[in-house]
Ligand binder design. Structure first.
Ligand code: AMP
Ligand code: MG
Length: 412
């Protein structure tokens, strides 16, 4: 039986990044680039005004002052998106809006706040009361990005600002590792949909929501196959459909109960067992198979165990499939306020749901309540898992523990 670390190594060794797909920018937020991206354009593409004001020749305003304003002839108006039809000559100005192309001959823009307009004559006149530096309030063509410049490197995951730069740079699609499509099967004759009143002996299907949400939170796409009955024929048919996804997760039916068919079904389908059972609590009977290159996780049905397995084993694998190099959440050292005692000598690592917070410069963790693997309420306030190594049977109150931070909390 592998330890958690060995199980994770086996899983990651069997999981490869999905081949890159050219993806429209609109669908690529959070995805990882498979190759570097170079700008396809010069940005800005033309020299333009950085202010609403007047395009001028700075030399005209050298002697301008409040007492002796300089009057310039206004040639016309130019909005963003327009093309200048005039060449600017000495003694003239063009009313120009932010983003409009600078007319030939102009070398500065005077903000409209610094001017006074008089309307005599066709375009009118504008008065300037102080000198202006050449080049001011002008954005030069190419000052932001040069064509061919490296914008983003392979391995970077795309953030909103990156998408803006790529759009400006004329890159409509990007080579990224795609979102993994993850079939999520929940199994069990006892399960009903959340909106149904469970009859005698039945319970609502928590896993389809929790696990699909975990998959989605990884940036992957869950493909739900909810509440497959514990019946070999239906299971087999559903598994065959599910195997079209990149990764398959099943919950329930993985233990040693009389109706736990999952292991046998997967192996009948030709899946190769990498391991079944991990030396940990809760969630020991996790199984992992490969069918060709496809990873298949058989996860226990107890909702807390299921979520913990997805957190600790599936999430890193999905991140690897999606090309991330950082696969794991941050860890922290903490003091376990409540302390803990368990059974020594069973060789298992124990995961406890805790709520951790920084207090007086130290990270302190408290158990979120009873830790049974069916106690779903223990997830409500949890923001971390405390990891008690195999062989440790006691943590004194306030004793040190290692945390896996399951939320990217900023205060740790
Ligand atoms: P199993 O792993 O199928 O033996 O299930 C273990 C326990 O988890 C049983 O009490 C099941 O009723 C419960 N369980 C299994 N699947 C789910 C699910 N999708 N939602 C909530 N509880 C479940
Ligand atoms: Mg079951």
């Amino acid at each position: 039986m592998p330890t958690p670390a060995e199980a994770l190594d086996l899983i990651l060794a069997a999981t490869a990044p999905l081949p890159p797909v050219s993806t429209p920018l609109a669908d690529s937020l959070g995805l990882v680039l498979a190759s570097g991206i170079h700008s396809a354009a010069t940005v800005p593409p033309f020299t333009n005004s950085a202010m609403d004001g007047y395009a001028v020749q700075a030399a005209d305003l050298e002697a301008a002052s409040t007492e002796r304003p300089v009057r310039l002839r206004v040639l016309g108006d130019l909005a963003a998106g327009g093309v200048p039809s005039h060449v600017l000559r000495p003694g003239s100005a063009l009313r120009i809006m932010t983003g409009a192309a600078l007319p030939e001959g102009a070398d500065a823009v005077v903000p409209v706040e610094d001017t006074a307009r008089s309307e005599e004559g066709s375009g009118g006149w504008v008065e300037m009361r102080r000198p202006i530096r050449r080049g001011i309030h002008i954005r030069l063509a190419g000052e932001d990005l040069r064509q061919g410049q490296l914008l983003l490197k392979a391995g970077q995951s795309l953030r909103p600002g990156d998408l803006g730069v790529l759009a400006a740079a004329g890159i409509p699609t990007v080579p990224v590792h795609p979102r993994a499509r993850v079939a999520v099967l929940t199994t069990g004759d006892e399960l009903v949909d959340v909106s149904e009143e469970p009859g005698p002996g039945r319970i609502r299907d928590a896993n389809i929501h929790a696990v699909c949400a975990q998959v989605r939170a990884c940036g992957a796409i869950p493909v739900p196959y909810a509440r497959v009955p514990d019946d070999r024929g239906t299971l087999m048919r559903t598994l065959k459909l599910a195997l079209e996804a990149d990764v398959v997760l099943t919950t329930g039916g993985i233990s040693v109960g009389d109706y736990d068919h999952m292991k046998a079904m997967l192996e009948e389908l030709g899946a190769e067992r990498v391991f079944w059972k991990v030396a940990q609590k809760p969630g020991g009977p996790l199984g992992f198979w490969r069918l060709g290159a496809k990873p298949i996780f058989g996860i226990p049905g107890n909702p807390v165990a299921a979520m913990l397995m997805v957190e600790e084993y599936v999430r890193p694998a999905l991140r690897k499939a999606m090309g991330f190099s950082k696969l794991h959440r941050p860890v922290a050292e903490a003091r376990l306020e409540d302390g803990w005692s368990g059974r020594a000598g069973d060789g298992r690592t124990t995961f406890l749901r805790v709520v951790a917070a920084k207090e007086d410069g130290e990270c302190r963790a408290r158990l979120t309540g009873p830790q049974g693997s069916a106690i779903l309420s223990s997830m409500l306030s949890a923001n971390a898992l405390a990891v008690i190594p195999a062989g440790v049977d006691q943590v004194a109150p306030g004793g040190p523990v290692l945390l896996h931070l399951t939320e990217e909390a900023e205060d740790h």
